[in-house]
Write a protein that binds this ligand. Sequence first.
Ligand code: XLS
Ligand code: CA
Ligand code: CA
Length: 435
Amino acid sequence: MEYFNFKKINYEGKNSTNPLAFKHYNENEIVLGKSMKEHLRFAMSWWHTLCAEGADQFGVGTADRPWNKGDIISAAKAKVDAGFEFMSKLSIPYFCFHDRDIIAEGKNLAETNELLDIISDYILEKMQETGIKCLWGTANCFNHKRYVHGAGTSCNADVFAYAAAQIKKAIEITKKLGGENYVFWGGREGYETLLNTNTELELDNFAYLLKLAVDYAKKIGFTGQFLIEPKPKEPTKHQYDFDTQTVLSFLRKYNLDAYFKMNIEANHATLAGHTFQHELNLARINNVLGSIDANQGDMLLGWDTDQFPTNVYDATLAMYEVIKNGGLHKGGLNFDSKVRRGSFEEEDLAIAYIAGMDTFAKGLKVAAKLYEDKALELFVENRYSSYNSGIGLEIKNQNVDFEALEQYALAHDQIKNESGKQELLETILNQYIYK
Ligand code: XLS
Ligand code: CA
Ligand code: CA
């Protein structure tokens, strides 16, 4: 049975007007010595693509997906069939999943784990048949009511134990599917009010849960990269994993920094009051840029809208950071994006993915050109050139003390600064995008 009423999506070039064709994503086209496919490592999110039907706080789902039908096992298998058909038709090489996306919970934890074994066998068969791979797995420790007060940060020790058991199984399934990474997004790891919260104990426990995961991965030989996905708010008012720098200081406090990189999501960056590029940049310079959840928010709304990315400007700057990172390595570009509630036809899913993939393909091409030409780099290098000699070099080499700096300042107190030329640089960036 076919779920999607269209053939394999082809690359038709930038002048094509066919909505079901790629205009920029040409998977074998070489950019900076690597194919687009290797640079971008696109992934399909199981939850938004196959599970979501457009429900929101005010209304039920609007998309009546033909694969979301039947008993637990047949519905889960139909989702697998639909997912692999979709990824094959769109040439998406990877997928990402939460344990609870691939199959619903059974009547107890033991039965749920058996269901996971059954469905992961089926997924594995499809992976072998198609060559499609698993970018990352994760555990959904936020949806069920048991997680009302968090998982690793719950006030209830029974919940901590349950979350640990769930994560243990999710790591096992991710390993079985050859997942290249494993993600921790702190779903409800945060709090609403300090009137009822012991933040110190919650954070100690959360770190301990991560340590147990690291130990278990070593024990079973799971070599995927562990990732933490920062998000500042939603669902809780104060999420502990606020942004990259907050997560880094948390990891460093608990000596966990060697084991985790970041999964940076565009919309989470903007909720934290940052740009997407800011989060990627801070992750990159700290050597923790792991993977990307590509989407975009709506600048007029203060919540996580998870829209498909269509902003070429942001995609360009994101890919610029990725190129400077030497690529995504084990990571990839997962579309943690969902179609709008009004876009309820199956074809809308394909159009949305094509738009997202083309946006990043175009972003990659522009970023590669900027990088090759050193269009921004030379300006930045020159801007800091005062650190290449004289007192600047001494500062850079950390070879001075306050007395020496005072002596220097006394003799050089007529300071001359130069323009930061922001408008010129923005013009140059636009020129590269227009080309
Ligand atoms: C929610 C997060 C979530 C993670 C995986 O806002 O984006 O989907 O990516 O649990
Ligand atoms: Ca995400
Ligand atoms: Ca999100």
